[in-house]
Write a protein that binds this ligand. Structure first.
Ligand SMILES: Cc1cc2nc3c(=O)[nH]c(=O)nc-3n(C[C@H](O)[C@H](O)[C@H](O)COP(=O)(O)OP(=O)(O)OC[C@H]3O[C@@H](n4cnc5c(N)ncnc54)[C@H](O)[C@@H]3O)c2cc1C
Ligand code: SF4
Ligand code: SF4
Ligand code: SF4
Length: 373
């Protein structure tokens, strides 16, 4: 009889962590059924590891929900009618928030913040897991339960979030969102929206496929487009900013669209080609295959839209209803002057552009994964 080893964290260690493709999302630790008896913990370097190997039940859940493993990929793809290169798309829009306060605080059109506030006001959600800014390079994962808290969390964060007080000398993942969901579920809020990068939404969808609590409280997912995020260690050590003649102190805002954009205090906008940003990207990101957040209810990014607007890909029926409600309420508006004729060709143009970036990311990720074999 063939010996079938039981899945456990040991496999994650070998296949993901040792290979350098762990995104430090914390999903495995947070949802470890043995967590309560202490099998896993996040180490000082931000990577997961055993805290008590004896307590491990070899249930394999940590392995299955990891965004870097493939076992559940087909189930998730089937559930969301996935097709190449960017998954199932019901509709495409270029939108912006009509509230000026939101627009000013946001990265692109402020659609994410306007939509979440609208959903909160209608009682469709009790809160949203977002990433709150605590400085240009500091961000923490929080559950926002008021419009003001959502407004305070507007804008994007492209570097890993240094939570030194939590993880010693290391840095945690982009934002430890999965951990926040779990902690919040204890408070028994029943309906949450989640904003996340593709790896984060992927972990959530895998948990939902497996019906692991508390993924049942996630009512709505907003997926950010994502080519890569970078690590603070590399940003500082690699002299990346010096090479581009940029003083970090003078950076007011960052954005990623076709290129990496740095908005300086002086009003100047510095463009850096995305290929150059790869030198400071996290290794896990260079082995990642999802650009357009293929399994979210709606996916959003700046790519494809003019400055100040958000590109919105509607993927599910729930996504379609929520965007329609928010448009109807007047909280978001279309690109001015658009007509049906123009919109059709605009939609095709946006889809084709997002498709090109998605294919580029798959090529890069596949090549890097091949090298790790
Ligand atoms: C790491 C990262 C990489 C990205 N890469 C691209 C790209 O390559 N191309 C592209 O077109 N767009 C990219 N985006 C998306 C883009 O920056 C905007 O977030 C998106 O267009 C929505 O804009 P908005 O003005 O509608 O959102 P806003 O109204 O500003 O709301 C943004 C929401 O995202 C949350 N958030 C911010 N940072 C994070 C984070 N690190 N993790 C989880 N949630 C977060 C905020 O709390 C807020 O709720 C990226 C975003 C991130 C965070
Ligand atoms: S108990 Fe299950 S989830 Fe926890 S470490 Fe062991 S295999 Fe992973
Ligand atoms: S990517 Fe996330 S789930 Fe996978 S091993 Fe790393 S921390 Fe755990
Ligand atoms: S590229 Fe984006 S989605 Fe992929 S691992 Fe990095 S942060 Fe996550």
């Amino acid at each position: 009889m063939k010996f079938e080893p039981k899945l456990s964290f040991d496999f994650l260690q070998v296949e993901v962590i040792d290979k350098g493709i762990c995104g430090r999302c914390g999903g495995c630790v947070s949802f470890c059924t043995a967590d309560r008896i202490g099998a896993l913990e996040i180490g000082k370097d931000g990577f997961p590891g055993y805290s008590n190997k004896e307590a491990c039940l070899e249930c394999g859940l940590c392995y299955l929900i990891c965004p870097q493993t493939i076992n559940l990929n087909d189930d998730v793809k089937a559930k969301f009618q996935w097709n190449a290169p960017i998954g199932h798309v019901k509709d495409v829009f270029s939108l912006r928030a009509t509230d000026k306060k939101i627009h000013e605080a946001a990265t692109d059109g402020g659609v994410v913040t306007a939509l979440l506030i609208d959903m909160l006001n209608r009682g469709l959600i009790d809160g949203a897991v977002v990433s709150k800014r605590t400085g240009l390079f500091n961000r923490e994962s929080v559950v926002a339960t008021t419009p003001q808290e959502l407004l305070e969390a507007a804008g994007s964060f492209f570097a890993e979030a240094p939570h030194l007080e939590e993880v010693g000398s290391g840095y945690s993942s982009c934002v430890p969102l999965v951990k926040t969901i779990r902690e919040y579920s204890k408070k028994r809020l029943s309906k949450l929206a989640v904003v996340g990068t593709p790896c984060q939404i992927n972990a959530v969808r895998k948990m939902q496929v497996l019906n692991i609590l508390p993924s049942d409280i996630i009512e709505f997912t907003v997926g950010l487009f994502c080519m890569q995020c970078f690590s603070m260690e590399r940003l500082i050590d690699s002299h990346f900013m010096e090479a581009h003649n940029i003083d970090l102190k003078n950076v007011k805002k960052m954005n990623v669209k076709e290129d990496f954009y740095l908005h300086m205090d002086t009003g100047e906008v510095v463009h850096i080609p995305l290929e150059e940003v790869e030198s400071i990207a996290r290794p896990a990101c260079l082995a990642c295959l999802d650009f357009s957040n293929d399994f979210a209810d709606i996916s959003v990014g700046g790519l494809g839209s003019p400055e100040g607007y958000t590109t919105v890909l509607v993927r599910t029926i729930t996504g379609k209803k929520r965007i329609a409600d928010t448009m109807y309420s007047g909280a978001v508006e279309h690109l001015s002057g658009s007509n049906i004729q123009k919109l059709t060709s605009e939609k095709e143009r946006i889809l084709s552009l997002v498709g090109k970036f998605a294919e580029k990311k798959v090529r890069r990720g596949t090549a890097n994964l091949e090298m790790l074999k």
